[in-house]
Design a protein around this ligand. Structure first.
Ligand code: SAH
Length: 510
């Protein structure tokens, strides 16, 4: 009989008021990530970084309580009721908000409601947009010799309404940087009011749209001209407006996306677990990256693997390597179990994954496709081969080895399953300058998420190699570019060459 826990140590429900940062998933705090991973229930807004909820437990209940499009938001009282109800039932509840929960996030009101209901809570501060968006535009909100004070300001979003809450005279007299958390539709009004109240029209001002997110844009001008400039650039929400001498520093200190792909947006469709390496490389080259993972890798269940008896083991992806070692570990084995066999990797990425497990691949072909591996194995004697692969992979390699008289066991270690892509992510990916496809399964799943007629015009399509290109064509999409070398480096090189040729006005290769 299990003993009953003493009541005093039983975990009680608790609410965490958590800041999710301004948008760049890298600006989520370690504490926020931990709590998201543990939560039973997550109540979240719209302005949270893409992908942060992927870290939630599959069983966690995700409740959207923000404003959808221009529509009605969940009433604050309803949000507070939900917090109290779920925590009251003993659950661990994360209330996830954009930026910092206590900076124009109504976190204080929620804390008050929880206190009243006797529910324990914690506050996890976040990186606030008013500081982060300027920082990502190279604008420090304080700067020695320029300003030693900052005011964070908000008002009504509705341009029809009077900003009764804002004391323009006091703000105009404020000796420092003014940071407005307000829609751009308010911009002309903000500038007008400040100038009318005595702030010089020649003072520097900046607007940062989608700060820290892909496609971030900044406009730097003067208080007098900022509204007009922002309108000319078509600046939209969300945006931070900053007034103060520091705004001008953005002209010198802008650091984001300096590089050969500066100003280009590139969508990455591979599985979330793999996007980050590619996204990081693209970011270093200066591109804004839209992460639109169309698939997810799921390991398949199976018995522990005993590889003794094979003289050749072929691995056709880095995912396959991970899954292979999990199957070995399940039987208490490690890299030493592969000692008796030759190990072939389909390309350098797979070889690197093997190397991380202490295995130097014996065979890596020059062309990173199954046909290349068949060629590379032409002179390698094979009796009994193990093919570690994905469910639904092509049969080329197995067939070729069997034709040579080898006995071939195919071990399905993982599969790619479609990842749900919200419409806005899909549209952002298709609206990028480039969209990259690194496998046939990402092509299929990405295009299936599209529905009909959505493909009229969009990004330049970049394929990693002939097999992926074939799948694109099957779906009626002619790739604009195909990597000369069929791996991530090859894809980046091809994309970069195209971007460079296009920006120097040379005829694009298509
Ligand atoms: N609690 C949030 C602010 C919520 S108010 C925080 O601490 O950041 C919402 C306003 O924040 C938006 O209207 C916009 O002015 C600003 N904002 C939020 N995210 C932004 C971003 N990524 N870039 C620019 N402004 C942003």
């Amino acid at each position: 009989m299990p003993e009953r826990e003493p009541v005093s140590v039983r975990r009680r429900g608790r609410v965490y008021l958590v800041g999710a940062g301004p948008g760049d998933p890298g600006l989520l705090t370690v504490r926020a990530r931990e709590l998201i991973a543990r939560a039973d229930v997550i109540l979240h807004d719209r302005l949270i970084p893409p992908g942060v909820l992927d870290g939630a437990r599959p069983a966690a209940e995700l409740i959207f309580v923000g404003k959808e499009g221009g529509g009605e938001s969940t009433p604050q009282a309803e949000t507070e009721r939900l917090l109290v109800e779920h925590a009251g039932a003993g659950r661990s509840v994360v209330r996830l908000k954009g930026g910092d929960p206590f900076v124009f996030g109504r976190g204080g009101e929620e804390a008050g409601a929880l206190r009243e209901a006797g529910i324990p809570f914690e506050v996890v501060p976040g990186v606030t947009a008013g500081v982060a968006a300027p920082a990502y535009a190279g604008i420090p909100v304080t700067h020695r010799g320029l300003t030693s004070a900052v005011a964070l300001i908000t008002g009504h979003e509705d341009p029809e309404k009077e900003d009764t809450a804002i004391d323009w005279e006091a703000l105009a007299a404020f000796p420092g940087t003014l940071v407005f958390y307000m829609g751009v539709r308010r911009l002309a009004r903000i500038a007008q009011e400040l100038i009318a109240a005595g702030r010089p029209g020649s003072e520097a001002a900046a607007v940062v749209e989608r700060g820290t997110l892909p496609g971030q844009r900044a406009v730097i001008a003067t208080l007098e001209t900022i509204a007009q400039e922002a309108e000319r650039e078509g600046i939209g929400a969300p945006a931070i407006t900053l007034v103060g001498a520091v705004a001008r520093l953005g002209n010198e200190l802008a650091w984001l996306r300096a590089g050969p792909l500066a100003g280009r947006t590139v969508a990455v469709t591979r599985a979330r677990a793999q996007t980050s390496a590619l996204a990081e490389r693209l970011g270093e080259l200066g591109a804004s990256v839209v992460q639109a993972p169309a698939i997810r890798i799921r390991a398949l269940e199976g018995p522990p693997l005993d590889p003794s008896g094979y003289d050749l083991i072929c691995v056709t992806s880095a995912n396959g390597v991970e899954a292979l070692f999990e199957r070995l570990a399940a039987g208490g084995r490690d890299a030493r179990a592969l000692a008796g066999a030759r190990v072939a990797a389909i390309g350098p990425g797979t070889a690197r994954a093997l190397a991380a497990h202490g295995i130097v691949a014996d065979v890596v072909p020059e062309r990173y496709v199954a046909e290349g591996l068949v060629e590379a194995l032409a002179d390698v004697p094979v009796r009994h081969a193990l093919l570690a692969r994905a469910r639904g992979a092509r049969e080329v390699l197995a067939r070729a080895l069997r034709e040579r008289g080898a006995q071939v066991d195919e071990l399905e270690l993982y599969e790619s399953v479609p990842e749900r892509l919200p419409g806005e992510v899909w549209r952002a990916a298709w609206g990028a300058d480039y969209i990259t496809f690194t496998s046939s399964s990402t092509v299929r799943n990405f295009l299936e998420a599209a529905g009909d007629g959505a493909l009229e015009e969009g990004a330049r399509v970049v394929s990693i190699g002939p097999v992926t290109s074939g799948t694109l064509r099957e779906h009626g999409l002619e790739p604009h570019l195909e990597a000369a070398r069929h791996d991530i480096d090859g894809l980046l090189e091809t994309l970069l060459a195209d971007a460079t040729a296009r920006s120097s006005g040379a005829a694009p290769r298509s």
